[in-house]
Design a protein around this ligand. Structure first.
Ligand code: 6R9
Length: 649
């Protein structure tokens, strides 16, 4: 924990939406009277029928229920588009920057966004999609992804986005998980000069789905695709015929807006459900205040819409605020390591939001890629997804922000809908590596991991939980409310449990120390170790597998797999490669193990539980701190694993 603090400059603070005094005042008001506070801030969006009931929340295990603005009605797409038409119809809503810098960027005005979203909405309606139906999106980072999200919101359908890097198996599981009527995809997704064949992945996925599922295909690269008459629909042809008007459905505040699958500590990813009113209020308010967004600014969040960050801070938050949001199809290192900074220069980006893993990767390439670009438009920098190490923070601050841009290190989760711990750039002095203080309405607590007792001393170390609710919180796990309660409300009664460990310093600042469950964070992406394990054991030659995270210079954590082979199977380099490819195809490239160690046996307790603590230590090369191994069924296994690990070098 570093003690250097970086206060906002007086000039920045005086122009900011929130300065230090206002933060204190608003924070106190939000905690003292949440109903009054959110009753007021809920008005930042347009309601068809205004709410009278602001908050109805029960955190009691067995009866967990979370409702905000529950008697209000609205349409999320109308909030993100229609209400801006009068004042901002000709202003840019989305700047689209393609993978290849030689290709032209697009500037999509709010009016064009309206027309394109309505076309997409009418196409979906003609395909039989209506209120409450589920639509899966498996798309590249193209404007049609935003049109599709907003079109669903417009007609009251629920979208579930599957990251384009996921495999056909992951896609079919998610299509089946929510019984989607339609899957929207594109021919191909270009990224970093390479193309992923999304349509053929979708074809493979649909082999495992009901034959009622229809497929809507956006022509993007023009790459060849196979076509099944009756099932496949040509988006470009249908959209050109479709009407450019489509009335927005009047939805209840608590109607689901989207489902987004995320990894937990068991093998099955869970479908996090966000609803309409509270989510939009929270995404919009955090986008404006955390990035200190002002009218006319260009906001760039480099995430993919396949992750929650893309939902809240590429599409819903910025568009609800009438902002200009930049959507980038490519990767930070293509054609070279100056791509991000060239895009900032080209589009005069004012707020830039990325992940520590990207910063670390670019940091390794040297500063000349940054220094040759004009970054004078930048005002605020942000990070998200994992703890940022002070070296990366300082590099970001010195080279990208040139010492004049506050850095907002935002801690939040798919489940939370928007930022919970974060500096407000004009109000809160930052410390490299700390997500600092809570956003309005957020009451973090540090609990003793064993007893669950709240630590009331300012300086504390334990697990992070939240007292009470906020409007952007997830409401349930799709189709499994019991799992929702068991995951977040069972272990520590009366709180929402985040799954993260944390420290609080003498100034009351929070420092996230990482997951305390079997979830690892690879390049800012969540992965359940159990998911990778079940992929590995599905291979015919694998008897058993245990997966842990280990420190990785660029990715934050890497995937370390211990694999026990079936009797008579020889461990070879070829088999190692085969297993890597196997996991890639089962889950997706982001799940490919970085290291596979052959394990003749795994350390287990007498009751058969794998002792991951020990496997983690071995993977970290930390053999001195293995702790108590006396409860192992066969302590000899550990020596063997250490020896194998050391021999690998
Ligand atoms: C938004 C997002 C959530 C998990 C979370 C934590 C880690 C996210 C962080 C951070 C330290 C930050 N995390 N932001 N850790 N500092 N600023 O990333 O959602 O994909 O659900 O991941 O990511 O461990 O619990 P999600």
């Amino acid at each position: 924990m570093s003690d250097t603090t970086y206060p906002p400059s007086a000039e920045f603070a005086s122009n900011a939406h929130v300065d230090a005094a206002k933060y204190k005042e608003m924070y106190a008001a939000s905690i003292n009277d949440p109903v009054a506070f959110w009753g007021e801030h809920g008005k930042r969006i347009d309601w068809i029928k205004p709410y009278t009931r602001v908050k109805d929340v029960n955190y009691d295990f067995g009866n967990v229920s979370i409702k905000w603005f529950e008697d209000g009605t609205l349409n999320v797409a109308a909030n993100c588009i229609d209400r801006h038409l009068e004042a901002r119809g000709d202003s840019t809503a989305i700047i689209w920057e393609p993978d290849n810098p030689e290709d032209a960027a697009q500037h999509i005005t709010y009016r064009e966004l309206y027309e394109n979203t309505c076309r997409m909405a009418n196409v979906l309606k003609d395909m039989g999609v209506g209120r409450g139906d589920r639509v899966v999106l498996y798309l590249p980072m193209i404007p049609e992804a935003a049109y599709a999200m907003l079109a669903c919101a417009r007609i009251g359908a629920i979208h579930s986005i599957v990251f384009a890097g996921f495999s056909p198996d992951a896609l079919s599981a998610r299509i089946n998980g929510c019984q989607a009527k339609v899957v929207i995809t594109a021919d191909e997704a270009p990224r970093g000069g390479r193309k992923t064949a999304l349509k053929s992945n979708t074809d493979a996925a649909l082999l495992h789905c009901s034959d009622k599922v229809k497929c809507l295909v956006v022509k993007h690269t023009g790459g060849q695709t196979t076509w099944i008459e009756g099932r496949d629909h040509d988006y470009n042809a249908l959209a050109s015929e479709a009407a450019t008007d489509c009335p927005p459905e009047e939805m209840n505040a608590e109607d689901p807006l989207f489902i987004l699958y995320t990894s937990g500590s068991t093998g099955q990813p869970k479908g996090v459900v966000h609803t309409s009113g509270g989510y939009l209020v929270y995404a919009a308010m955090t986008q404006e205040l955390v990035f200190d967004y002002h009218e006319g600014d260009v906001f760039w969040c480099t995430a993919d819409v396949g992750w929650v960050t893309g939902h809240s801070y590429i599409v819903y938050g910025p568009l609800a605020n009438g902002a200009t949001t930049l959507m980038f199809e490519g990767v930070p290192t293509y054609p070279d390591a100056s791509r991000f900074w060239q895009v900032c220069e080209k589009h005069k980006v004012n707020q830039f939001y990325t992940a520590p893993t990207a910063i670390r990767a670019l940091m390794g390439q040297g500063t000349e890629y940054v220094s040759k670009c004009d970054l004078s438009s930048l005002k605020v920098l942000g990070t998200v997804g994992e703890p940022i190490n002070p070296e990366a923070w300082n590099w970001y601050n010195d080279n990208v922000g040139q010492g004049r841009c506050p850095i907002v290190d935002t801690w939040w989760q798919t489940e939370t809908g928007g930022h919970l711990l974060t500096p407000l750039p004009g109000a809160i002095p930052t410390k490299p590596g700390s997500a600092t203080l809570p956003f309005f309405g957020i009451e973090p607590v540090v609990l003793e991991p064993e007893s669950g007792k709240e630590i009331t001393d300012t300086e504390a170390s334990g697990v992070l939980a939240l007292k009470d609710s906020w409007p952007g919180q997830m409401r349930t796990v799709w189709g499994d409310h019991e799992r929702f309660e068991a995951t977040y409300f069972q272990q520590y009664k009366g709180y929402y449990f985040s799954g993260d460990g944390c420290k609080r310093d003498a100034d009351g600042y929070y420092w996230i120390t990482g997951r305390v469950d079997d979830v690892i964070n690879v390049s800012g992406h969540r992965m359940g170790t159990a998911e990778v394990e079940s992929a590995l054991v599905a291979h015919a030659k694998v008897a058993e597998a245990a997966v842990v995270g280990y420190p990785h210079n660029i990715k934050g954590q890497g995937i370390y797999a211990y694999v026990t082979l079936m009797n008579d199977v020889e461990p070879t380099e070829e088999l190692r490669k085969e297993l890597e490819t196997w996991v890639r195809t089962e889950i997706g490239p982001i799940a490919k193990p970085d290291l596979i160690q052959w394990a003749p046996g795994l350390p287990k307790t007498r009751s058969g539980k794998i002792m991951r603590r020990i496997l983690r230590k071995i993977a970290e090369d930390d053999y001195g701190a293995l702790g108590d191994t006396s409860t192992l069924a066969d302590p000899g296994v550990v020596d063997e694993l250490i020896e194998n690990r050391m021999n690998r070098g």
